[in-house]
Design a protein around this ligand. Structure first.
Ligand code: UDX
Length: 457
Protein backbone atom coordinates (compact mmCIF):
# COMPACT_ATOMS: atom_id res chain seq x y z
CA UNK A 1 0.00 0.00 0.00
CA UNK A 2 0.91 3.68 -0.15
CA UNK A 3 3.73 4.78 2.14
CA UNK A 4 4.93 1.28 2.75
CA UNK A 5 8.55 0.49 1.83
CA UNK A 6 9.14 -1.81 -1.11
CA UNK A 7 10.92 -4.98 -0.07
CA UNK A 8 13.41 -7.26 -1.78
CA UNK A 9 14.60 -10.65 -0.53
CA UNK A 10 18.01 -11.82 -1.75
CA UNK A 11 18.26 -15.59 -1.79
CA UNK A 12 15.00 -17.43 -2.47
CA UNK A 13 15.84 -20.63 -0.65
CA UNK A 14 13.72 -21.83 2.21
CA UNK A 15 14.03 -18.62 4.20
CA UNK A 16 13.91 -15.98 1.47
CA UNK A 17 11.10 -17.53 -0.55
CA UNK A 18 8.91 -17.95 2.52
CA UNK A 19 9.53 -14.37 3.63
CA UNK A 20 8.98 -12.91 0.16
CA UNK A 21 5.68 -14.73 -0.25
CA UNK A 22 4.38 -13.99 3.26
CA UNK A 23 5.29 -10.29 3.12
CA UNK A 24 3.49 -9.97 -0.23
CA UNK A 25 0.53 -11.62 1.49
CA UNK A 26 0.66 -8.85 4.12
CA UNK A 27 0.26 -6.29 1.32
CA UNK A 28 3.86 -5.27 0.60
CA UNK A 29 5.25 -4.89 -2.91
CA UNK A 30 7.92 -7.58 -3.02
CA UNK A 31 10.73 -8.63 -5.34
CA UNK A 32 12.53 -11.94 -4.76
CA UNK A 33 16.06 -12.38 -6.12
CA UNK A 34 18.30 -15.37 -6.66
CA UNK A 35 21.31 -16.19 -8.84
CA UNK A 36 19.73 -19.61 -9.54
CA UNK A 37 17.74 -19.07 -12.76
CA UNK A 38 15.75 -22.33 -12.74
CA UNK A 39 14.68 -21.64 -9.14
CA UNK A 40 13.52 -18.12 -10.04
CA UNK A 41 11.67 -19.45 -13.11
CA UNK A 42 9.91 -22.02 -10.94
CA UNK A 43 8.82 -19.44 -8.36
CA UNK A 44 7.71 -17.00 -11.07
CA UNK A 45 5.54 -19.73 -12.57
CA UNK A 46 3.84 -20.34 -9.22
CA UNK A 47 5.74 -23.38 -8.01
CA UNK A 48 7.46 -23.51 -4.59
CA UNK A 49 10.72 -25.51 -5.01
CA UNK A 50 10.36 -27.20 -1.59
CA UNK A 51 7.60 -28.63 0.58
CA UNK A 52 5.97 -26.18 2.98
CA UNK A 53 2.27 -26.37 3.93
CA UNK A 54 0.19 -23.45 2.67
CA UNK A 55 2.97 -21.72 0.77
CA UNK A 56 2.04 -22.75 -2.81
CA UNK A 57 -1.38 -21.23 -2.47
CA UNK A 58 -0.02 -17.92 -1.12
CA UNK A 59 2.60 -17.80 -3.89
CA UNK A 60 0.01 -18.16 -6.66
CA UNK A 61 -2.40 -15.73 -5.01
CA UNK A 62 0.21 -12.99 -4.66
CA UNK A 63 1.73 -13.51 -8.12
CA UNK A 64 -1.77 -13.08 -9.52
CA UNK A 65 -2.32 -10.03 -7.31
CA UNK A 66 0.75 -8.39 -8.85
CA UNK A 67 2.42 -7.71 -5.49
CA UNK A 68 5.10 -10.36 -5.94
CA UNK A 69 7.74 -10.76 -8.64
CA UNK A 70 11.03 -12.60 -9.03
CA UNK A 71 14.27 -11.68 -10.76
CA UNK A 72 17.91 -12.66 -11.29
CA UNK A 73 19.01 -9.05 -11.87
CA UNK A 74 20.78 -7.01 -9.18
CA UNK A 75 19.97 -3.87 -11.19
CA UNK A 76 16.28 -4.56 -10.83
CA UNK A 77 16.64 -5.23 -7.11
CA UNK A 78 18.52 -1.97 -6.54
CA UNK A 79 16.02 0.01 -8.60
CA UNK A 80 12.97 -1.54 -6.88
CA UNK A 81 13.73 -1.80 -3.19
CA UNK A 82 13.74 0.49 -0.17
CA UNK A 83 14.61 -2.37 2.18
CA UNK A 84 16.74 -5.32 1.03
CA UNK A 85 16.71 -8.49 3.14
CA UNK A 86 19.75 -10.79 2.87
CA UNK A 87 18.37 -14.34 3.13
CA UNK A 88 21.14 -16.42 1.54
CA UNK A 89 22.47 -19.62 3.09
CA UNK A 90 25.39 -19.80 5.51
CA UNK A 91 26.32 -23.50 5.39
CA UNK A 92 29.05 -25.19 7.39
CA UNK A 93 32.45 -24.77 5.72
CA UNK A 94 34.03 -27.86 4.19
CA UNK A 95 37.26 -27.26 6.12
CA UNK A 96 35.89 -27.02 9.66
CA UNK A 97 33.08 -26.02 11.95
CA UNK A 98 32.78 -22.37 10.93
CA UNK A 99 30.04 -20.82 8.78
CA UNK A 100 30.72 -20.17 5.10
CA UNK A 101 29.93 -16.49 4.45
CA UNK A 102 30.68 -16.50 0.74
CA UNK A 103 27.01 -16.25 -0.27
CA UNK A 104 26.49 -13.27 2.04
CA UNK A 105 29.55 -11.62 0.54
CA UNK A 106 28.38 -12.35 -3.01
CA UNK A 107 24.91 -10.91 -2.38
CA UNK A 108 26.23 -7.72 -0.77
CA UNK A 109 28.98 -7.12 -3.33
CA UNK A 110 26.49 -7.86 -6.11
CA UNK A 111 23.92 -5.38 -4.87
CA UNK A 112 25.97 -2.55 -3.33
CA UNK A 113 27.48 -1.01 -6.51
CA UNK A 114 24.03 -0.87 -8.13
CA UNK A 115 22.38 1.13 -5.36
CA UNK A 116 21.61 4.71 -6.30
CA UNK A 117 19.38 5.97 -3.51
CA UNK A 118 19.05 5.64 0.25
CA UNK A 119 18.25 2.06 1.19
CA UNK A 120 18.43 -0.29 4.15
CA UNK A 121 20.16 -3.65 3.90
CA UNK A 122 18.88 -6.06 6.53
CA UNK A 123 20.62 -9.31 7.40
CA UNK A 124 18.33 -12.27 8.13
CA UNK A 125 20.73 -15.14 7.48
CA UNK A 126 22.16 -16.88 10.55
CA UNK A 127 25.72 -15.59 10.88
CA UNK A 128 28.68 -15.44 13.24
CA UNK A 129 28.58 -12.42 15.53
CA UNK A 130 30.46 -9.55 13.86
CA UNK A 131 29.11 -10.18 10.36
CA UNK A 132 26.88 -7.06 10.32
CA UNK A 133 29.92 -4.83 10.88
CA UNK A 134 31.74 -6.66 8.10
CA UNK A 135 28.75 -6.17 5.77
CA UNK A 136 28.87 -2.45 6.58
CA UNK A 137 32.52 -2.33 5.53
CA UNK A 138 31.82 -4.13 2.26
CA UNK A 139 29.06 -1.65 1.49
CA UNK A 140 31.26 1.31 2.34
CA UNK A 141 33.76 -0.02 -0.21
CA UNK A 142 31.28 -0.92 -2.96
CA UNK A 143 28.24 1.37 -2.81
CA UNK A 144 28.29 4.78 -4.52
CA UNK A 145 28.67 7.53 -1.93
CA UNK A 146 25.43 9.33 -2.75
CA UNK A 147 23.45 6.16 -2.05
CA UNK A 148 23.77 6.46 1.76
CA UNK A 149 23.13 2.81 2.45
CA UNK A 150 22.57 1.63 6.02
CA UNK A 151 22.69 -1.82 7.56
CA UNK A 152 20.46 -3.53 10.15
CA UNK A 153 20.20 -7.06 11.51
CA UNK A 154 16.92 -8.88 12.09
CA UNK A 155 17.25 -12.65 12.63
CA UNK A 156 14.37 -15.04 11.97
CA UNK A 157 13.20 -18.09 13.86
CA UNK A 158 11.08 -20.02 11.41
CA UNK A 159 10.57 -23.76 11.76
CA UNK A 160 10.05 -25.91 8.71
CA UNK A 161 6.46 -27.07 8.52
CA UNK A 162 5.26 -23.97 10.40
CA UNK A 163 7.11 -21.38 8.34
CA UNK A 164 4.07 -19.42 7.10
CA UNK A 165 2.67 -19.14 10.62
CA UNK A 166 6.11 -18.22 12.03
CA UNK A 167 6.53 -15.37 9.52
CA UNK A 168 2.98 -13.98 9.78
CA UNK A 169 2.74 -14.47 13.54
CA UNK A 170 6.25 -14.39 15.01
CA UNK A 171 6.57 -14.70 18.79
CA UNK A 172 9.05 -11.79 18.72
CA UNK A 173 10.98 -9.62 16.28
CA UNK A 174 14.54 -8.43 16.78
CA UNK A 175 15.79 -5.13 15.33
CA UNK A 176 19.55 -4.68 15.48
CA UNK A 177 20.00 -1.04 14.39
CA UNK A 178 22.39 1.90 14.59
CA UNK A 179 20.06 4.79 13.72
CA UNK A 180 16.53 6.11 14.15
CA UNK A 181 16.13 6.01 10.39
CA UNK A 182 17.02 2.31 10.24
CA UNK A 183 14.60 1.60 13.10
CA UNK A 184 11.83 3.49 11.28
CA UNK A 185 12.44 1.58 8.05
CA UNK A 186 12.48 -1.77 9.84
CA UNK A 187 9.33 -0.87 11.74
CA UNK A 188 7.65 0.15 8.48
CA UNK A 189 8.69 -3.07 6.80
CA UNK A 190 7.15 -5.08 9.68
CA UNK A 191 4.01 -2.98 10.06
CA UNK A 192 2.04 -5.75 8.36
CA UNK A 193 3.08 -8.12 11.17
CA UNK A 194 2.09 -5.62 13.87
CA UNK A 195 -1.23 -4.77 12.17
CA UNK A 196 -2.18 -8.42 11.85
CA UNK A 197 -1.38 -8.95 15.54
CA UNK A 198 -3.56 -5.97 16.48
CA UNK A 199 -6.58 -7.30 14.59
CA UNK A 200 -6.12 -10.57 16.49
CA UNK A 201 -5.69 -8.83 19.83
CA UNK A 202 -2.12 -10.02 20.20
CA UNK A 203 1.11 -8.17 20.72
CA UNK A 204 4.42 -8.93 19.04
CA UNK A 205 7.30 -8.05 21.36
CA UNK A 206 10.06 -6.04 19.66
CA UNK A 207 13.62 -6.18 20.97
CA UNK A 208 15.58 -3.18 19.69
CA UNK A 209 19.28 -3.71 20.16
CA UNK A 210 22.80 -3.45 18.73
CA UNK A 211 24.20 -5.52 15.85
CA UNK A 212 26.18 -7.98 17.95
CA UNK A 213 23.28 -8.79 20.27
CA UNK A 214 20.87 -9.20 17.36
CA UNK A 215 23.25 -11.64 15.68
CA UNK A 216 23.76 -13.58 18.89
CA UNK A 217 20.03 -13.88 19.68
CA UNK A 218 19.60 -16.32 16.82
CA UNK A 219 22.52 -18.63 17.61
CA UNK A 220 21.83 -18.47 21.34
CA UNK A 221 18.22 -19.55 20.77
CA UNK A 222 19.27 -22.47 18.57
CA UNK A 223 22.02 -23.47 21.02
CA UNK A 224 19.46 -23.55 23.81
CA UNK A 225 17.04 -25.68 21.79
CA UNK A 226 19.80 -28.12 20.78
CA UNK A 227 20.94 -28.34 24.40
CA UNK A 228 17.42 -29.09 25.57
CA UNK A 229 17.15 -31.99 23.12
CA UNK A 230 20.58 -33.35 24.01
CA UNK A 231 19.79 -33.00 27.70
CA UNK A 232 16.81 -35.30 27.40
CA UNK A 233 18.78 -37.67 25.16
CA UNK A 234 21.52 -37.80 27.79
CA UNK A 235 18.80 -38.73 30.30
CA UNK A 236 17.74 -41.42 27.81
CA UNK A 237 21.23 -42.92 27.99
CA UNK A 238 21.02 -42.97 31.77
CA UNK A 239 17.52 -44.45 31.64
CA UNK A 240 18.77 -47.22 29.35
CA UNK A 241 21.47 -48.12 31.86
CA UNK A 242 19.16 -47.85 34.86
CA UNK A 243 16.07 -49.51 33.44
CA UNK A 244 14.00 -46.31 33.61
CA UNK A 245 11.65 -44.74 31.06
CA UNK A 246 12.70 -41.35 29.64
CA UNK A 247 9.25 -40.58 28.19
CA UNK A 248 7.74 -40.65 31.67
CA UNK A 249 10.73 -38.79 33.08
CA UNK A 250 10.32 -36.02 30.46
CA UNK A 251 6.61 -35.74 31.18
CA UNK A 252 7.27 -35.50 34.89
CA UNK A 253 9.97 -32.82 34.75
CA UNK A 254 8.11 -30.92 32.01
CA UNK A 255 5.23 -30.10 34.36
CA UNK A 256 7.57 -27.63 36.05
CA UNK A 257 6.87 -24.47 34.03
CA UNK A 258 10.51 -23.40 34.50
CA UNK A 259 11.47 -26.48 32.47
CA UNK A 260 8.44 -26.81 30.19
CA UNK A 261 7.45 -29.89 28.21
CA UNK A 262 8.34 -28.70 24.70
CA UNK A 263 11.52 -29.77 22.90
CA UNK A 264 11.93 -32.54 25.44
CA UNK A 265 11.26 -35.52 23.18
CA UNK A 266 14.03 -38.08 23.48
CA UNK A 267 14.81 -40.16 20.41
CA UNK A 268 17.17 -39.96 17.48
CA UNK A 269 18.12 -36.37 18.19
CA UNK A 270 18.20 -33.24 16.10
CA UNK A 271 19.12 -32.76 12.45
CA UNK A 272 18.12 -30.35 9.71
CA UNK A 273 19.77 -27.39 8.07
CA UNK A 274 20.00 -25.27 11.22
CA UNK A 275 20.63 -26.72 14.65
CA UNK A 276 23.66 -28.96 13.87
CA UNK A 277 25.57 -26.40 11.80
CA UNK A 278 24.60 -23.47 14.00
CA UNK A 279 25.98 -24.97 17.21
CA UNK A 280 29.22 -25.83 15.39
CA UNK A 281 29.64 -22.38 13.85
CA UNK A 282 28.88 -20.84 17.24
CA UNK A 283 31.72 -22.84 18.83
CA UNK A 284 34.10 -21.83 16.06
CA UNK A 285 33.24 -18.17 16.49
CA UNK A 286 33.60 -18.36 20.29
CA UNK A 287 37.10 -19.82 19.76
CA UNK A 288 38.01 -16.87 17.55
CA UNK A 289 36.74 -14.48 20.20
CA UNK A 290 38.89 -16.21 22.84
CA UNK A 291 35.92 -17.62 24.78
CA UNK A 292 35.91 -21.14 23.40
CA UNK A 293 35.63 -22.55 26.91
CA UNK A 294 32.24 -20.88 27.41
CA UNK A 295 30.75 -23.01 24.64
CA UNK A 296 32.67 -26.22 25.21
CA UNK A 297 29.43 -27.83 26.39
CA UNK A 298 28.06 -27.47 22.85
CA UNK A 299 30.65 -30.01 21.76
CA UNK A 300 29.10 -32.44 24.28
CA UNK A 301 25.64 -31.51 22.97
CA UNK A 302 26.82 -32.52 19.49
CA UNK A 303 28.38 -35.78 20.73
CA UNK A 304 25.28 -36.82 22.69
CA UNK A 305 23.26 -36.13 19.55
CA UNK A 306 25.57 -38.28 17.37
CA UNK A 307 25.54 -41.14 19.90
CA UNK A 308 21.77 -41.60 19.51
CA UNK A 309 22.28 -42.58 15.88
CA UNK A 310 24.79 -45.26 16.88
CA UNK A 311 22.37 -46.46 19.55
CA UNK A 312 19.87 -47.52 16.87
CA UNK A 313 22.51 -49.69 15.21
CA UNK A 314 23.36 -51.23 18.59
CA UNK A 315 19.67 -51.94 19.28
CA UNK A 316 19.34 -53.49 15.82
CA UNK A 317 22.25 -55.85 16.52
CA UNK A 318 20.72 -56.83 19.89
CA UNK A 319 17.30 -57.51 18.41
CA UNK A 320 18.76 -59.46 15.49
CA UNK A 321 21.13 -61.46 17.69
CA UNK A 322 24.27 -60.27 15.97
CA UNK A 323 27.33 -59.62 18.16
CA UNK A 324 28.19 -55.94 18.68
CA UNK A 325 31.96 -56.06 18.05
CA UNK A 326 34.33 -53.05 18.27
CA UNK A 327 34.00 -52.57 14.51
CA UNK A 328 30.21 -52.58 14.91
CA UNK A 329 27.87 -55.48 14.20
CA UNK A 330 27.75 -57.56 11.04
CA UNK A 331 24.20 -57.27 9.71
CA UNK A 332 24.79 -58.97 6.37
CA UNK A 333 22.01 -61.16 5.04
CA UNK A 334 19.40 -59.19 6.97
CA UNK A 335 16.63 -57.07 5.55
CA UNK A 336 15.80 -53.86 7.43
CA UNK A 337 12.85 -51.60 6.67
CA UNK A 338 13.50 -47.95 7.53
CA UNK A 339 10.41 -45.79 7.88
CA UNK A 340 11.35 -42.13 7.59
CA UNK A 341 14.12 -40.27 5.78
CA UNK A 342 13.45 -36.60 6.54
CA UNK A 343 14.95 -34.87 9.61
CA UNK A 344 11.44 -34.35 10.98
CA UNK A 345 7.86 -35.06 9.82
CA UNK A 346 5.82 -32.75 7.55
CA UNK A 347 8.93 -31.76 5.65
CA UNK A 348 10.76 -33.11 2.59
CA UNK A 349 14.12 -31.96 3.95
CA UNK A 350 16.82 -34.60 4.44
CA UNK A 351 19.70 -32.24 5.22
CA UNK A 352 21.72 -33.67 8.13
CA UNK A 353 18.87 -36.09 8.72
CA UNK A 354 19.43 -38.46 11.66
CA UNK A 355 17.30 -41.05 9.82
CA UNK A 356 19.57 -41.08 6.76
CA UNK A 357 22.64 -41.20 8.96
CA UNK A 358 21.26 -44.41 10.53
CA UNK A 359 20.46 -45.80 7.06
CA UNK A 360 24.11 -45.23 6.09
CA UNK A 361 25.34 -47.02 9.22
CA UNK A 362 22.97 -49.97 8.73
CA UNK A 363 23.97 -50.48 5.11
CA UNK A 364 27.65 -50.12 5.99
CA UNK A 365 27.09 -52.91 8.53
CA UNK A 366 25.97 -55.09 5.63
CA UNK A 367 22.17 -54.95 5.99
CA UNK A 368 19.96 -54.69 2.96
CA UNK A 369 17.91 -51.57 3.70
CA UNK A 370 14.56 -50.52 2.21
CA UNK A 371 13.66 -46.90 2.97
CA UNK A 372 10.21 -45.34 2.73
CA UNK A 373 9.21 -41.73 3.47
CA UNK A 374 5.93 -39.99 2.60
CA UNK A 375 7.54 -36.75 1.29
CA UNK A 376 11.31 -37.08 1.33
CA UNK A 377 11.91 -39.87 -1.18
CA UNK A 378 13.36 -37.90 -4.09
CA UNK A 379 15.66 -35.86 -1.85
CA UNK A 380 16.76 -39.02 -0.01
CA UNK A 381 17.44 -40.91 -3.24
CA UNK A 382 19.63 -38.07 -4.45
CA UNK A 383 21.56 -38.21 -1.17
CA UNK A 384 21.92 -42.02 -0.98
CA UNK A 385 21.71 -43.42 -4.51
CA UNK A 386 23.19 -46.77 -3.43
CA UNK A 387 20.39 -47.56 -0.95
CA UNK A 388 17.11 -49.33 -1.73
CA UNK A 389 13.91 -47.31 -1.68
CA UNK A 390 10.33 -48.61 -1.49
CA UNK A 391 7.31 -46.91 -3.01
CA UNK A 392 5.00 -47.59 -0.08
CA UNK A 393 5.11 -48.42 3.59
CA UNK A 394 3.97 -51.99 2.93
CA UNK A 395 6.58 -52.48 0.18
CA UNK A 396 9.27 -51.37 2.63
CA UNK A 397 8.27 -53.72 5.45
CA UNK A 398 7.58 -56.75 3.22
CA UNK A 399 9.84 -59.65 4.36
CA UNK A 400 11.81 -57.38 6.72
CA UNK A 401 13.71 -58.90 9.64
CA UNK A 402 13.50 -55.58 11.46
CA UNK A 403 11.45 -52.38 11.12
CA UNK A 404 12.99 -49.05 12.24
CA UNK A 405 10.76 -46.00 12.59
CA UNK A 406 13.15 -43.05 12.36
CA UNK A 407 10.86 -40.07 11.59
CA UNK A 408 7.56 -39.65 13.41
CA UNK A 409 5.25 -39.27 10.40
CA UNK A 410 1.54 -39.62 11.14
CA UNK A 411 1.36 -42.41 8.54
CA UNK A 412 3.70 -44.51 10.71
CA UNK A 413 2.07 -43.63 14.03
CA UNK A 414 -1.31 -44.66 12.58
CA UNK A 415 -0.06 -47.85 10.91
CA UNK A 416 -1.73 -50.99 12.20
CA UNK A 417 0.91 -53.28 13.77
CA UNK A 418 -1.32 -56.35 13.32
CA UNK A 419 -1.53 -55.80 9.56
CA UNK A 420 2.20 -55.13 9.26
CA UNK A 421 2.95 -58.26 11.31
CA UNK A 422 1.55 -60.39 8.44
CA UNK A 423 4.07 -58.93 5.99
CA UNK A 424 7.36 -59.22 7.83
CA UNK A 425 9.89 -61.95 8.24
CA UNK A 426 10.51 -61.09 11.92
CA UNK A 427 8.27 -59.01 14.18
CA UNK A 428 10.97 -56.69 15.53
CA UNK A 429 10.58 -52.92 15.71
CA UNK A 430 12.81 -50.05 16.83
CA UNK A 431 10.87 -46.90 17.64
CA UNK A 432 13.62 -44.32 17.08
CA UNK A 433 11.30 -41.42 17.93
CA UNK A 434 9.22 -42.99 20.72
CA UNK A 435 6.18 -42.23 18.58
CA UNK A 436 4.42 -45.60 18.42
CA UNK A 437 1.84 -46.95 20.83
CA UNK A 438 4.10 -49.46 22.57
CA UNK A 439 1.25 -51.51 24.09
CA UNK A 440 -0.49 -51.87 20.74
CA UNK A 441 2.66 -53.16 19.03
CA UNK A 442 3.51 -55.54 21.85
CA UNK A 443 -0.04 -56.96 21.84
CA UNK A 444 0.30 -57.53 18.08
CA UNK A 445 3.29 -59.75 18.84
CA UNK A 446 6.14 -57.36 18.09
CA UNK A 447 9.46 -57.31 19.90
CA UNK A 448 9.51 -53.56 20.59
CA UNK A 449 12.46 -51.31 21.52
CA UNK A 450 12.14 -47.57 22.16
CA UNK A 451 14.81 -44.96 22.89
CA UNK A 452 15.59 -44.57 26.59
CA UNK A 453 12.87 -46.99 27.59
CA UNK A 454 13.09 -50.41 29.20
CA UNK A 455 12.12 -53.50 27.23
CA UNK A 456 8.37 -54.04 27.59
CA UNK A 457 7.56 -56.66 30.25
C1 UDX B 1 14.96 -25.02 14.07
C2 UDX B 1 14.43 -24.06 15.15
O1 UDX B 1 13.33 -24.63 15.84
C3 UDX B 1 14.03 -22.75 14.50
O2 UDX B 1 13.60 -21.82 15.50
C4 UDX B 1 15.21 -22.18 13.74
O3 UDX B 1 14.85 -20.98 13.09
C5 UDX B 1 15.72 -23.20 12.74
O4 UDX B 1 16.02 -24.44 13.37
P1 UDX B 1 13.82 -26.64 12.27
O5 UDX B 1 15.20 -26.97 11.80
O6 UDX B 1 12.76 -26.40 11.26
O7 UDX B 1 13.87 -25.33 13.20
O8 UDX B 1 13.37 -27.88 13.14
P2 UDX B 1 12.78 -28.16 14.60
O9 UDX B 1 11.34 -28.39 14.55
O10 UDX B 1 13.28 -27.18 15.56
O11 UDX B 1 13.46 -29.60 14.87
C6 UDX B 1 14.88 -29.75 14.83
C7 UDX B 1 15.28 -31.17 15.07
O12 UDX B 1 15.15 -31.49 16.45
C8 UDX B 1 14.47 -32.25 14.33
O13 UDX B 1 15.37 -33.19 13.79
C9 UDX B 1 13.59 -32.85 15.41
O14 UDX B 1 13.29 -34.18 15.13
C10 UDX B 1 14.48 -32.71 16.62
N1 UDX B 1 13.74 -32.66 17.90
C11 UDX B 1 12.92 -31.61 18.17
C12 UDX B 1 13.91 -33.67 18.83
O15 UDX B 1 14.65 -34.63 18.60
N2 UDX B 1 13.25 -33.59 20.03
C13 UDX B 1 12.43 -32.55 20.33
O16 UDX B 1 11.88 -32.55 21.43
C14 UDX B 1 12.26 -31.53 19.37
Amino acid sequence: GAGRPRLTFLGTGYLGATYAICFAEMGYEVLGFDVDEPKIAKLASGEVPFHEPGLDELLRKNLAGGRLRFTTSYDEVAEFGDVHFICVGTPQRADGLAADLSYVEAAVTGLAPKLTRKALIVGKSTVPVGTAEWVEEIIARHAPEQAQVEVAWSPEFLQEGFAVEDVLRPNRVIFGVKSEWAYGMLYGSHKGVFDLAMTEDREVPVVVTDFATAELVKVAANAFLATKISFINAMAEVCEAAGADVTQLARAIGYDPRIGNRFLRAGLGFGGACLPKDIRAFQARAQELGVGEALRFLHEVDLINQRRRQRVVQLAAELLDRPNGPAGPDLSGLRIAVLGATFKPNSDDVRDSPALSVVRKLSRAGASVAVYDPEGMSNAERELPEVGFAKTLTDAVARADLVCVLTEWEEFRNADPATLAELVNGKRVIDGRNCLDQGLWVRAGWDYRGMGRPEPA
